[in-house]
Ligand binder design. Structure first.
Ligand SMILES: [Zn+2]
Length: 96
C-alpha cells in the first residue's frame, strides 16, 4: 500500500514527541509510528487522504487549520469523520 508507510526517523521522533500514532501529509501519504499499523488506524488516515482528494492539498490544510482553531483536535469535523471511518473499519476488513 504505497500511500501508507512507516514514518522515517525524524517523523518518528515528532510522532513520539506529540503523542500521535500517525500523520497524513498533503501529498496523500500516511506515515505511521509503528508498522504494520492496525487496520483501524489505517482507516483513519485513509479518511484524511480522501479529504485531501476532496479539497485539494491547499484546501485541506486551510480547512484543517481553521477547524483546529474553531473546534480543537478532538471535535474537529475532519477528525470526527476520520474516527467514523475507524468505526466502520471494525466491521469492514476489505483492503484499501
Ligand atoms: Zn486524524
Amino acid at each position: 500500500m504505497t500511500r501508507h508507510r512507516p514514518a522515517p526517523l525524524v517523523l518518528r521522533w515528532w510522532l513520539r514527541a506529540t503523542g500521535f500514532q500517525a500523520i497524513t501529509m498533503p501529498w496523500r501519504a500516511a506515515y505511521y509510528l509503528h508498522w504494520p499499523a492496525p487496520h483501524r488506524l489505517v482507516a483513519h488516515e485513509q479518511a484524511h487522504i480522501r479529504q485531501i482528494e476532496r479539497y485539494g492539498a491547499v484546501g485541506f490544510l486551510w480547512r484543517y487549520a481553521i477547524g483546529l482553531i474553531r473546534h480543537g483536535y478532538w471535535n474537529h469535523p475532519m477528525e470526527i469523520e476520520a474516527r467514523e471511518a475507524e468505526y466502520e473499519a471494525l466491521f469492514d476488513q476489505r483492503p484499501f
